[in-house]
Write a protein that binds this ligand. Structure first.
Ligand code: ADP
Ligand code: MG
Length: 887
């Protein structure tokens, strides 16, 4: 933290690539085991390594392992280390840096009772790092300290300088004030802490800039419950209504350094005085803890030492009155709160909240360190959440800017602390990976080095000489003595005492002497005038030389000034450019952060969408598989069902076939029965009447033998070349053959070239069966039941007889018809014209018999093709049936 125009520690001027960085120095101190503690679980393995092993109770882990962990630090201090040794290694370099104008931060971290306060403050007779730091500072700058109030801290984290006279006046003014509380170096040391600062091992910084003056300011704050309290604030004590301490606010100065607004900063001139101030704050802290029932281990205490320094003027006499030349450096000594988790302390109520907040501060510290480490290691630009807690916000300059950061991790080796110690170690080890910019050396002021001592030496010599002459002499006396010395060289004047009135010798002797003197005087004055003239001419000569030299020098100076002005302008321009670039970088950084954020959001969105898509695809696949399964299942089910039905139908058909076979046999018997007269187509009624007679009628063999050459029997019919070779070749008699057989017996109705409807259909003879052909083209096929119509014509009444029967597959691949019934259909024609059933026939028959025959045959074929059990006529049936494989 600097004056308004002092170097800013936060933003090093060098390009980012050139900035040298040092890792945070982490040291570990293991305190001795307490008397009541039996088991230790921390061992110092080497100068840099410490090992933790779980205590007895913890030995069996979930995975059954006995786990030892080792942690490496810059240096590990065992129980035997002294405060002095620790100070020399850890804090001394920080004090040296402070005096060279660089910032430093030292904090102790660990569980409550691990020795943080012992390390930082120490105990009587064994002072810790804090009193040792103070001691070293005053040992180093002691003789070069500025008078009180020469340096004045302002309320904006800057520093001013004033001349000694002003400082003296201010001192007197303050001393005159009634509530003056400026500590005095010559006061008696408080016996309470006398032993603590009685540091025997004096040490000092070797190379202190002797041409500067120094002033030390200390402040002491406490961060409790994420509130900042000034421990050095002077509050008039009111025993009736004690005023609670006021919390303080953090602010960023113009160099972007953080400071506590209105924090008391006391100028101190000695170790005793500084430690007394510290002790005052410590007492206040204790009182507050007692009054407000707070737990001391839950607060962070920060003792800040600010060192202001400015160079002496060219004479080496007074401090240079230029604000730009002041350097303000700071060393912060932080005793952190216990790092243990809330539940361990069994805190309740407000205590719990406090503990939570404290842990929150430490958590934020951890997070900041983690983010810093990540940014540095992976080149990311994640925002470091310094602002999340007062503690990290206050020290953000150290990590963000430049300085030296060191941490002492305190460990208590007792078993109960094992788990917490593990956490502490992990954090500490990680902290080492964070790097902080190395502070640069302060610029030289350009004045002759060693002027303080030269001035001192001159003054000493002068006073010594004066002392030898018997005291101080002024210039005039010196001049007189020279005249006297000159006069002493003249012969003494003769005695001018006239004792006698007639004495005529005394006066002429006197006159002579005086005349001699007068001549000598004249000679001297002439000599003097001559010398003066010579000297004057010499002077004039010298003067002209000087003037010419001066002119020359001035010319040179002007040139140089011009060059300097040019360079200054260039510097200004570069600075401006630098500022613009910094601003641009800032903006770009912010933009990058925003883009990163956006990118992350978009990636998340993309991920969620692709997941959704995947889900949907898998759903679809599942559904498809299910549907496929269902289709297969349904298909197989229906196939089975169809097979089952077909089988049932077949069985049923076979049964019916068997029955109808029987009936056919009977019919055959009737049909083949020889008739003495011209046969007449029997009606169904007649059949019924003659049922009994038919059954006993003789076999049709003789008749068939009459027509043997044409239609000998069913087998003969099959053997005829125009017939289909696969027509009813089995034992069953086809319907058409039966009908033709029957018609052949009565030539008036018959045609010798009759074939079975079945065969005809297969042969597809167009001239005989045009209807059938056309019908087949429309997708006709065989059905289970066949009707064979026969007809008897009368004048007015048309009477058709139909033989009903079933068609079924034979084993040889053919088909058979089994007649089951004969039906007589009567129709009265209003015109008395003979009805033609196949009106659409393109070739009308030549004679009545022919046409009648064709009609019967066509109808037979149509009937044969009709499906069993259908209520529709054949024509309709054909149109309605779907195409099926031929049996
Ligand atoms: P913390 O501040 O971490 O809570 P303290 O510094 O108050 O712990 O230490 C607790 C006790 O342990 C004190 O009585 C202190 O004297 C003692 N102690 C701590 N560290 C050491 C050490 N290195 N050597 C001797 N005693 C120690
Ligand atoms: Mg403590």
């Amino acid at each position: 933290m600097r004056a308004a125009r002092a170097r800013t520690p936060r933003r090093p001027k060098a390009a980012p690539g050139n900035v040298l960085k040092d890792p945070v120095g982490v040291y570990c101190r293991v305190r001795p085991l307490g008397e009541q503690d039996a088991e230790r679980c921390v061992e110092v393995v080497s100068d840099t390594t410490v090992q933790l092993h779980p205590p007895d109770g913890y030995r069996v882990f979930r995975n059954g392992e006995y786990k030892e962990t080792q942690y490496t630090f810059k240096e590990v201090f065992g129980t035997l280390v002294t405060q002095k040794q620790l100070f020399d290694v850890v804090a001394k370099p920080l004090v040296e840096d402070l005096i060279r104008g660089k910032n430093g931060l030292l904090f102790t971290y660990g569980v409550t009772g691990s020795g943080k306060t012992h390390t930082m403050t120490g105990s009587p007779g064994d002072g810790g790092l804090l009193p040792r730091c103070l001691d070293m500072i005053f040992n180093s700058i002691g003789p070069f300290q500025a008078k009180r109030f020469v340096f004045k801290l302002d309320d904006k984290n800057g520093v001013d300088v004033q001349c000694e006279v002003d400082a003296l006046l201010e001192r007197q003014r303050r001393e005159a004030m009634p509530v003056q509380k400026t500590p005095c170096g010559k006061r008696q040391i408080d016996p309470e802490f006398a032993d603590m600062i009685n540091v025997q091992d004096h040490c000092k910084v070797e190379e202190v800039d002797e041409d500067s003056v120094y002033s030390v300011f200390v402040s002491y704050i406490e961060i409790y419950n994420n509130y900042i309290y000034d421990l050095l604030e002077e509050i008039p004590y009111d025993p009736i209504k004690p005023k609670p301490p006021q919390s303080r606010v953090l602010r960023e100065d113009q160099n972007r350094n953080m400071y506590v607004i209105g924090c008391t900063e006391v100028e101190v001139k000695s170790t005793d005085e500084a430690f007394e101030v510290f002790w005052r704050g410590q007492k206040r802290r204790r009182i507050a803890n007692t009054q407000l029932n707070r737990e001391s281990s839950r607060s962070h205490s920060v003792f800040m030492i600010k060192l202001a320094q400015a160079p002496l003027d060219a004479d080496g006499d007074n401090v240079l009155q230029e604000k730009e030349q002041i350097t303000l450096s700071q060393l912060s000594l932080v005793d952190l709160a216990g790092s243990e988790r809330t539940n361990r302390t069994k805190a309740e109520g407000s205590r719990l909240r406090e503990a939570g907040n404290i842990n929150q501060s430490l958590m934020t510290l951890r997070t900041c360190i983690e983010v810093l480490r990540e940014n540095q290691m992976y080149g990311t630009y994640k925002m470091v959440p310094y602002r999340d807690s007062k503690l990290t916000h206050l020290f953000k300059n150290y990590f963000d800017g430049e300085g030296k950061v060191r941490m002492i991790v305190c460990v208590n080796p007792k078993a109960e602390d094992y788990e917490e110690s593990l956490q502490v170690m992990r954090f500490a080890e990680m902290t080492q990976e964070v790097e902080v910019a190395r502070p640069v050396d302060k610029p030289l002021c350009g004045l002759t080095p060693g002027r303080r001592f030269k001035n001192q030496a001159f003054k000493d010599e002068l006073s010594r000489k004066l002392e030898a002459r018997g005291g101080p002499v002024i210039g005039e006396t010196e001049d007189q003595s020279v005249t006297e010395m000159f006069l002493q060289n003249f012969p003494p004047l003769p005695s001018c005492e006239l004792l006698d009135i007639n004495d005529d010798q005394t006066l002429p002797r006197l006159i002579d002497a005086l005349e001699k003197r007068h001549r000598a005087r004249q000679m001297l004055s002439e000599e003097f005038a001559k010398n003066a003239l010579a000297f004057k001419s010499m002077l004039q000569e010298f003067d002209t030389k000087m003037v010419s030299k001066e002119n020359f020098a001035q010319g040179k100076l002007a040139e140089k000034e011009k060059a300097i002005a040019g360079q200054k302008m260039e510097i200004e321009r570069l600075e401006k450019k630098n500022k613009t670039l910094e601003y641009k970088i800032d903006i770009l950084e912010k933009t990058a952060t925003i883009y990163e954020e956006e990118k992350r959001t978009l990636q998340q969105e993309l991920e969620s969408k692709s997941q959704k898509l995947q889900r949907q695809a898998s759903d679809k696949r599942r559904l498809e598989a299910r549907l496929q399964g269902m289709v297969v299942e349904t298909t197989s089910k229906w196939e089975k069902e169809c097979e089952r039905r077909v089988a049932a139908k077949q069985l049923e058909m076979q049964n019916k076939l068997w029955v109808k076979d029987e009936k056919l046999k009977q019919l055959k018997a009737i049909v083949t029965e020889p008739k003495p007269e011209k046969p007449e187509r029997p009606s169904r009624e007649k059949d019924r009447e003659k049922g009994l007679q038919r059954s006993v009628s003789p076999s049709p063999v003789p008749l068939s033998s009459n027509y043997g050459t044409q239609v000998p029997n069913s087998l003969q019919l099959m053997s005829q070349p125009q017939m289909h070779r696969r027509s009813n070749s089995c034992s069953s008699i086809s319907v058409a053959s039966c009908v033709s057989e029957w018609e052949q017996k009565f030539p008036s109705h018959s045609k010798p070239t009759s074939v079975t409807p079945n065969a005809r259909i297969r042969q597809q003879e167009p001239e005989q069966n045009r209807n059938c052909v056309s019908d087949r083209r429309r997708g006709m096929y065989w059905t289970g039941v066949t009707e064979v119509p026969s007809r008897r014509n009368q004048i007015d009444v048309e009477e058709d007889q139909c033989c009903r029967g079933d068609v079924f597959k034979t084993r040889g691949g053919g088909q058979a018809v089994q007649f089951t019934d004969i039906e007589t259909l009567k129709q009265e024609s209003p015109t008395g014209r003979k009805r033609r059933s196949s009106q659409s026939s393109p070739n009308p028959p030549e004679d009545g018999a022919e046409s009648e025959w064709t009609d019967v045959e066509t109808r037979c074929s149509v009937a044969v093709e009709m499906r069993a059990g259908s209520n529709l006529g054949p024509g309709y049936q054909h149109h309605a049936q779907p195409k099926r494989r031929k049996p």
